[in-house]
Design a protein around this ligand. Structure first.
Ligand SMILES: [Zn+2]
Length: 453
């Protein structure tokens, strides 16, 4: 773990700030794409240590350069407690005495625990490790699967545009939620973005580290439903082919909303609703217990209900000839021209908005599930699209009205300031000087020519 990560993380339970006790540092090669500050950030990594919460007194391990900020019920309590002895040297005795045992409750409130456990323990269920984890060592490139490799690269290029990264004096902060082998985090970091890769499975991140070497972006073992990222520090959150594995999506979205700056975006690049019925998904679910549930825009509306987000936008990256465009591509048919099989969504944080509960479920038409739409379902679909567009327009109007109000406020403040200046002694003296100067024929005053003399 690099020292700079301390500026972005918090306790997964109480969001308190974390104090770091270093047991061992390891020198690492200087990397140009790692932030220079704080001091020694480019030269060393914390290999082993403790992160101690100032809010609730919980402690979390940094183990072989990877910080683990999992909620109590997902932690390996036995391993973590054993670790205390090895990191004790870095912790002052009075702090060490105050370290509480890891609480064991919390399981009951997590309905998705079976899926999370399956993700964490995936290695124990895999028969052929080389075949399953092999692609992680060269991600995203997999010469044995060219179509999938090209798909991943095309999809990444498209979501990069949706992240709205603007050239700034400071690097934009992007949380890569559910980063897996972390090649997306790696590519973001190499592009000059302060990327933080988060995954629940330590093994995926370890494989990523072996691929990238020590010159790698920030990585963090955590549960995105209990996102340990500090309030308002992220410019964007990316969930690239990962959000469909999350059991409680509203909890994850609430964490994203908290971690994002106002105006920042969540970008989802995910499979559609038909995904869970695909053979490969059924196999993943039955054999490994991993959740495979894709989503459509109605689902995304459900996930963000009650949170400070503007209506979700679904983006289509189209592959269309000039003739196709001339004929016009209606929205319900856009997927036929889509460059990908998946769905991409952008959801902007707007602190002044509360996302409404979704429109009462009409007959949902999921494109792969029902490729041949009848006239009735097509009408329903168009009605649904119309309602959504109307809501997006209303939200846009509300946003504009808010901006207008802010501008009016700014204007009132500016007028007030001007009035203060004009009534000040300095201003009166200056006006007197200008008048005198013009009377004596000097042109140094700045009054317009028609008012001179
Ligand atoms: Zn805490």
């Amino acid at each position: 773990m690099r020292y700079s990560l301390l500026g972005y993380i918090c306790c997964p339970h109480c969001r308190g700030s974390l104090r770091c006790f270093v047991a061992r540092e390891v020198p690492t090669p200087i990397s140009r794409f790692i932030a220079a500050a704080p001091e020694r950030n480019r030269e060393v990594e914390i290999e082993n240590g403790l992160l101690l919460c100032a809010g609730c007194g919980r402690w979390f391990p940094i183990l072989e350069t990877l910080p683990e900020l999992l909620p109590d019920h997902l932690r390996d309590a036995e391993r973590d407690t054993g670790l205390l002895d090895t990191v004790a040297a870095g912790v002052p005795p009075d702090v060490r005495e105050g370290l509480k045992p890891i609480p064991t409750d919390g399981t009951a409130t997590d309905a998705g625990i079976a899926h999370k456990r399956a993700e964490i323990d995936i290695a124990s269920r895999i028969e052929n490790h080389d075949e399953f984890f092999g692609p992680g060592y060269s991600s995203p490139f997999n010469p044995d699967n060219t179509p999938f490799t090209l798909y991943l690269i095309k999809l990444f290029a498209s979501v990069i545009a949706l992240l709205d990264i603007r050239p700034n004096a400071h690097a934009a902060v992007v949380v890569d939620s559910g980063c897996g082998y972390a090649w997306t985090t790696e590519w973001l970091a190499k592009s000059g973005i302060e990327a933080i890769g988060v995954d629940i499975n330590r093994l995926y991140l370890e494989i990523g580290i072996r691929r990238m070497g020590p010159s790698r972006p920030n990585l963090l073992v955590a549960d995105v439903e209990n996102l340990p990222i500090a309030d308002g520090c992220a410019d964007a959150v990316l969930a690239y082919e990962s959000f469909h594995h999350i059991p409680n999506r509203s909890a994850a979205m609430a964490g994203y909303a908290r971690a994002l700056k106002d105006g920042g975006s969540v970008v989802l690049a995910e499979p559609g609703a038909a995904h869970e019925h695909a053979d490969v998904s059924v196999e993943m679910m039955t054999k490994y217990g991993i959740l495979e549930k894709g989503m459509e825009i109605d689902d995304v509306e459900e996930y963000i209900a009650g949170l400070p987000f503007a209506p979700p936008e679904q983006h289509y990256i189209l592959h269309a000839s000039a003739a196709d465009l001339q004929r016009g591509i209606p929205l319900p048919a856009a997927w036929r021209h889509s460059l990908f099989h998946g769905n991409t969504f952008r959801i902007r944080k707007d602190a002044l908005i509360v996302a409404p509960a979704p429109i009462a479920a009409t007959t949902r038409v999921h494109r792969d599930a029902a490729p041949i739409a009848t006239a009735g379902t097509e009408f329903e679909e168009m009605k649904r699209v119309h309602t959504r567009l109307m809501r997006e327009r209303d939200a846009e109007l509300q946003r504009t009205a808010n901006q207008l109000r802010r501008t009016e406020n700014d204007l009132a403040i500016a007028r007030q300031t001007l009035l203060h200046i004009e009534t000040s002694v300095f201003w009166k003296l200056r006006r007197l000087w200008v008048r005198l100067a013009s009377f004596f024929g000097s042109h140094r005053g700045d009054i317009p020519s028609e008012r001179r003399g």
